[in-house]
Design a protein around this ligand. Structure first.
Ligand code: FAD
Ligand code: MG
Ligand code: MG
Ligand code: MG
Ligand code: MG
Length: 551
């Protein structure tokens, strides 16, 4: 039933099928999911969709396996091989989930409605705008590329975020080679066209530069023998090093390898302007320098989407950069709204904010002091609620809370230590320094999607038994443990069949063996057998025939 209201087509989808067939059941709660990327898709795949009336809204009707996007830019992997139609994902759930290809442009948390606009056609009634109401909203819309308002970037640079971006880059690389081959160009012009600039020395920029280098040396140099010596790849990074989020050994290896490969790594340079022909960068020592370029890829980090910024203003988060949630991934002060992945950040509760409350709960005998035993009794709850405590003890090589207590009291007293509130505060005063922010990765987004789906699957059960395992009150009792991220390691492909891997426990491995680990991990992580087949056959084709250069 559609009703027009002031230019907006209101979509009323309240009569769910289950309510019709089984009138004795109350209608299922409405879950609306925004986004079909890593967060949203993982949530949907793990959700028990029989429990809810689920609607999915995204301007892209497919899921994209982003870690292989750099491989698409060089034709190692075909675009089709890394995307999975979202309707196929939903069909596997029994066809109970609805999908609308549209973009959300406004969230109204008071009336629990979202405003959407279809991007399929413009000849729709009311500009294709419609309203969807929700009981629970899962915001998984990812982030946008951040240009830091640098002039000329949007007009002249490529981004590497979506499948279309990777396809455009590939075409643009080929255009640069074909242009540089034209008969009427002089040497300078050929050089300009063959200067490829990558801005941003993070994992994406580095992997792209490496895969471009492979493409040029392994495939294009044979096809363009007369101009191959004119090719130059520059990687520009504002910080002192590339891959700063990795271990120092990996950073050094990468910088050395790029040096040997002839990739010009310019660290300490900030790009301040990009025009059609030149890229201008700044360094305190050299001042501004402008270099001609043929193609530039901008990959310097991510920012918040405009409609999420608007939403943050509405809910009192105007002074934040990223939408904040609690450790249960709930948007604060916003009933029924959850946020996962790149669009959100977890605001980890600080011990010092709750210290009096923790003291009160621990002091069972109301003596006004805490014994080591009293602290130990609630320690598991503290560790779950405040993971920074465990990290702090580990960083100080302390074996347990007793060490911390003794250090607060001075070593003299041993068995009968008791802390008053001031001493307790002093003992824990530094633990919050260990609060960690999670990186914007597929790994985090998918673990959050999985966690949230499990919470949703148990929500009814939780409502009937509200007494949760977490007894310390930050904001009420909780049935579910807070989200805990498990870091499984991270790769940095560096080209030439070499990859750096940083695995848990600071285990570092660099070289050809990690490249094979990389192949097997990314083959395993594919979301369907179809894409797995396609990706593996792309890799095989590349090994046998090389990369395709037609575009
Ligand atoms: P996304 O996956 O970006 O999904 C956002 C979804 O929201 C999309 O479907 C989008 O269409 C939709 N959307 C956007 N706007 C709206 C709107 N207004 N309304 C509704 N829907 C909307 N991470 C790793 O862990 N390992 C890697 O090797 C790795 N490599 C990467 C390589 C590249 C080139 C890139 C770009 C990223 C890489 N990442 C990697 C990071 C990873 O892709 C992101 O962290 C991850 O995609 C975040 O998931 P998400 O669900 O938050 O957002
Ligand atoms: Mg998503
Ligand atoms: Mg994605
Ligand atoms: Mg995040
Ligand atoms: Mg006591």
């Amino acid at each position: 039933a559609a009703a027009s209201s002031g230019g907006l087509v209101a979509y009323a989808d309240s009569g769910s099928d289950a309510a019709v067939q089984q009138p004795q059941l109350p209608p299922r709660k409405k879950v609306v999911v925004l986004g079909t990327g890593w967060g949203g898709t993982t949530f949907l795949r793990n959700l028990d969709s029989r429990l809810y009336d689920v609607q999915v809204i995204s301007p892209r009707n497919y899921f994209a396996f982003t870690p292989l996007l750099p491989s698409v830019t060089s034709g190692t992997v075909e675009p089709r091989s890394i995307v999975e139609p979202i309707r196929r994902v939903l069909e596997k759930k029994g066809g109970e989930i609805k999908f609308w290809e549209a973009e959300c442009f406004k969230i109204d948390p008071q009336s629990k409605k979202i405003h959407c606009r279809s991007n399929v056609g413009t000849n729709l009634e009311g500009n294709g705008e419609f309203l969807v109401d929700y009981d629970y909203l899962v915001v998984a819309v990812g982030a946008r590329t951040n240009t830091f308002n640098t002039p000329g970037v949007v007009e002249n640079c490529h981004f590497l975020k979506e499948v279309e971006d990777a396809q455009k880059i590939r075409r643009s690389v080929m255009d640069c080679f074909e242009r540089a081959s034209l008969p009427f160009l002089n040497e300078e012009e050929r050089k300009k066209n063959l200067h490829f600039v990558v801005v941003g020395g993070g994992p994406t920029g580095v992997e792209f530069a490496a895969s471009l280098h492979d493409f040029v040396t392994e495939d294009l140099s044979k096809l363009y023998p007369s101009i191959q010596h004119l090719v130059k790849i520059s990687l520009i990074e504002a910080a002192d090093h590339i891959l700063t989020m990795f271990d120092k050994r990996i950073t050094n290896f990468a910088e050395d390898k790029f040096g040997r490969d002839g990739i010009d790594v310019k660290t300490g340079y900030k790009v301040v302007k990009v025009s059609k022909d030149d890229i201008t960068m700044q360094n305190p020592a050299t001042g501004d320098i402008s270099v001609p370029y043929g193609m530039a890829v901008w990959s310097t980090g991510i920012g918040t989407r405009p409609f999420v910024v608007e939403f943050m203003k509405q809910i009192g988060q105007a002074n934040r950069r990223v939408l904040a949630t609690d450790e249960w991934l709930r948007v604060r002060e916003c009933d029924g709204v959850y946020a996962i992945g790149d669009c959100a950040t977890i605001n980890q509760r600080k011990v010092m904010e709750d210290i009096s409350e923790i003291f009160r709960v621990a002091d069972k005998d109301k003596s006004g002091t805490l014994t080591v035993k009293e602290i130990q009794d609630i320690l598991d709850d503290i560790y779950v609620r405040y993971p920074q405590v465990q990290l702090y003890l580990k960083s100080k090589q302390m074996n347990g809370i007793a060490d911390l207590v003794r250090s607060a009291k001075g070593d003299a007293e041993k068995e009968s230590v008791e802390l008053n509130i001031e001493e307790f505060k002093k003992a824990l005063s530094l633990v919050d320094s260990q609060v960690k922010f999670l990186p914007a990765t597929a790994q985090v987004a998918s673990q959050q999607g999985q966690y949230l789906a499990r919470c949703f699957n148990k929500m009814k059960d939780a409502e009937e038994n509200p007494e949760g395992p977490i007894r310390i009150r930050g904001e009420g009792r909780h049935r579910f443990r807070p989200f805990r991220y498990r870091h499984l390691g991270q790769f940095a492909p560096l080209g030439g069949e070499q990859t750096a891997a940083q695995l848990p426990g600071d285990w570092i491995s660099i070289g050809h063996s990690s490249q094979w680990l990389w192949y097997s991990v990314y083959a395993t992580k594919q979301i369907s057998w179809r894409t797995r087949m396609l990706v593996v056959s792309d890799w095989t084709r590349r090994f046998i025939f090389g990369r395709d250069s037609s575009c």
